[in-house]
Ligand binder design. Structure first.
Ligand code: NAP
Ligand SMILES: CC(C)=CCC[C@@H](C)[C@H]1CC[C@H]2C3=C(CC[C@]12C)[C@@]1(C)CC[C@H](O)C(C)(C)[C@@H]1CC3
Length: 619
């Protein structure tokens, strides 16, 4: 590796700042990326990170210190993010291992040690009772620290943290110790400095590896995804949609444009936006951001789908022919595509005005195309209106059900039926159940990858507004022209498959969501978990002990149940199943690397314990 201005060499043991905090840990330098000028370092718990030169200090000049009484937010944040928090609960050998890993080997000199001990003793005395309480409660406070509602407990656990000499937690700080007299006089200034440092560290996202084939990949996906949607729609419109008829003929450009279709799409999105902002339903808290802040989300998705159904019924009653959606599918898709492009452009432009801590770790490469595609800003909002949450959960998702319903009506019209076919009913009901469940448990989306980690850019805007409503409905679209009669046993088997898949999907998602929201939930007390250096734990029994992504397994079984009613005459209705396998396998590997980066050796331990990713004993 070429190192032009190499201050630290590979193998050097130095002190590295833990991102988002003002805490320093002993780390080993693995190398310097000449281009980004970032050092790759490895912490003692195995976590690898890329740090800027200013976040690295030579080990000399560092002194262990005991904690001041400050309760500044930056410090609170530091504590919750620091690897030192691995000294948390758990009788398992893993916990001990992680805790041991976080304890630095750089012991302070004996003189310093004695001084430290003095100061620690003085500070310990008023807190001894709390320390005892900590022992009695079997470290329960640590668990509750992650609970958003347990502010009181947080305060208590902070007091406990203060009582523990930092030396034992392996924490180091840039601040040099002063005699107690001096100490107080500079306290306020140092506080301010640390506050600034912490803000800066939190604001500057450490770079993460590029996904989706990097910069070149972003160009490819930008062109490929719309082209693929176009191909699917043209193919399903063919008299014989078999692959032998590839490529389908391209209609003239005017065929894509219909101002009325654009009007309907805009109306639909605005209608959903109005339902979203109505002060109906719960205000849920998202997961803590890098800044420590928790955003609030109006989770009234179920209300939105109920009102939407009433509105559609009213429109039909007034004479609106819903089969318009089938006959103008291409134009409606094109209109949504235009809106997704406009939205992505707006998102990209506004991301340049966002504060650094509001940017996504993964969408800050500096490359225009990549960041436009992947999403630069994490939670773009107009006042309290969260654009990512809204787009992911409302117009496309509810639109998916509306389109499926329109396809059922179109099938009746085209096939001259009095009622939709059994296959059409199954596809409609299965997917309706999926969407209604998602909206009913809308809060659970706040702990998913998209909401927590991914920026909002073209990928999600296009995915939410075009991909979901216009390709997830392909099975229903296909059945309009290609009916597939089902025998009773086949029908029974498909329904059973769907229910099994749904059960696994729902139970596993709810388990993880409940655990992330409140790790000390008594209903989860039977579950074993591995503590990690970040303060969060990983479930290692229950659903998340069977495979690493039980929710994907359930989702895949459901996807199979959606394709089976369409039979085996064509590959087209199996598109969702094939796409979904690719999507989830890729998502799983993306999540694995992200978790490996976040949790280091604790994640390796989890992977050793839970060996399979999605399908037990297979994959
Ligand atoms: N229909 C579709 O098109 C579609 C597409 C994609 C996904 N989905 C579905 O959407 C749902 C959400 O999927 P997702 O991809 O966001 O992934 P997810 O599985 O909900 O979330 C992954 C995150 O869960 C946490 N986690 C992982 N292992 C854990 C463990 N052992 N204990 C506790 N937490 C753990 C980690 O985050 P933290 O540790 O940071 O909390 C990890 O990053 C899934 O049900 C999926 O099937 C549907
Ligand atoms: C454009 C491409 C190829 C990808 C974009 C992916 C995007 C369509 C999906 C990413 C996360 C997905 C998701 C749901 C829908 C599809 C995505 C947005 C979901 C809202 C469907 C309903 C479920 O109940 C859910 C668990 C809430 C899903 C969450 C993830």
């Amino acid at each position: 590796m070429k190192m032009p201005t190499v201050k630290y060499q590979r193998g050097d043991m130095v002190m590295g700042r833990w991102p988002g905090s003002n805490l320093y840990y002993e780390v080993k330098v693995l190398g310097l990326d000449a281009k980004s000028q970032l050092y790759t370092v490895i912490y003692k718990d195995g976590t690898e990170l890329e740090l800027k030169e200013q976040d690295i200090k030579s080990a000399a000049g560092f002194q262990s210190r005991s904690r001041s009484r400050s309760r500044s937010p930056s410090r609170r944040r530091s504590r919750s993010r620091s690897p030192a928090r691995t000294t948390r609960r758990s009788s398992s050998r893993t916990a001990a291992a992680v805790a041991a890993a976080a304890i630095t080997e750089s012991a302070p000199s004996s003189r310093r040690d004695a001084k430290l001990k003095d100061s620690v003793e003085v500070r310990l005395s008023p807190l001894q009772q709390t320390k005892a309480a900590e022992n009695n409660s079997n470290n329960k406070h640590e668990k509750k620290e992650e609970n958003n509602t347990a502010n009181e407990v947080n305060e208590k656990s902070e007091a406990v943290a203060e009582a523990v000499p930092e030396k034992n937690q392996g924490r180091y700080n840039l601040r040099r110790r002063k005699d107690d007299g001096d100490f107080k006089s500079v306290e306020a200034k140092v506080e301010q400095l640390e506050e600034k440092e912490a803000k800066l560290a939190a604001a500057t996202p450490p770079s993460t590896p590029l996904d989706f084939g990097g910069k070149i990949g972003a160009y490819f996906w930008l062109l490929f995804l719309p082209a693929w949607v176009l191909f699917l729609l043209l193919q399903v419109n063919l008299e014989d949609p078999s692959l032998a008829n590839f490529p389908p003929p391209l209609p003239p450009l005017e065929a894509f444009w219909d101002v009325q279709a654009l009007g309907f799409v805009i109306l639909w999105i605005l209608f959903q936006a109005v339902l979203y902002i109505l002060p109906v339903g719960k205000l849920s808290e998202g997961m803590p951001l890098r800044s420590g802040e928790r955003l609030k989300y109006r989770t009234n998705g179920f209300f939105a789908i109920v009102v939407s159904s009433v509105a559609v019924a009213a429109a039909m009653h007034k004479g609106f022919d819903l089969t318009y959606i089938h006959s103008h599918f291409l134009q409606l898709t094109a209109a949504s595509f235009i809106i997704s492009i406009l939205l992505s452009t707006y998102l990209y432009v506004r991301s340049h005005y966002a504060a650094p801590e509001q940017l996504a770790l993964g969408g800050s490469s500096g490359n225009v195309v990549y960041d436009f595609f992947k999403g630069h800003e994490l939670n773009p909002r107009i006042k309290n209106f969260d654009l990512k949450f809204f787009c992911e959960m409302r117009p496309g998702l509810i639109g998916w059900c509306l389109i499926n319903f329109a396809m059922a009506l179109a099938e009746m019209k085209h096939q001259g039926l009095n009622a939709p076919s059994h296959s059409m009913i199954l596809v409609n009901l299965f997917q309706l159940l999926y969407v209604v469940d998602g909206l009913w448990n809308e809060e659970a989306i706040l702990t998913t990858m998209d909401l927590m980690h991914d920026g909002f850019g073209f990928m999600l805007a296009f995915g939410d507004l075009v991909w979901v409503p216009f390709t997830y409905t392909l099975q229903a679209y296909y059945l309009v022209s290609w009916p597939n009669p089902l025998s009773l046993p086949a029908l029974g088997a498909i329904v059973t498959l769907k229910l099994v898949g749904f059960y696994i999907f729902r139970k596993s998602n709810s388990e993880k969501n409940a655990f992330r929201r409140n790790p000390s939930d008594t209903r989860l007390s039977h579950l074993r978990n591995i503590p990690t250096a970040t303060g969060k734990s990983l479930l290692v029994s229950g659903w998340w002990g069977v495979v690493r992504h039980p929710n994907y397994l359930g989702d895949l079984l459901m996807a199979l149940a959606w394709s089976l009613p369409c039979g085996f005459s064509h590959l087209l209705p199996w598109y969702y199943m094939i796409y979904f396998i690719i999507l989830l396998v890729h998502r799983d590997s993306r999540d694995m690397s992200e978790c490996r980066r976040k949790y280091g050796s604790a994640w390796d331990e989890y992977c050793r314990t839970v060996r399979y990713r999605i399908i037990p004993r297979v994959y």
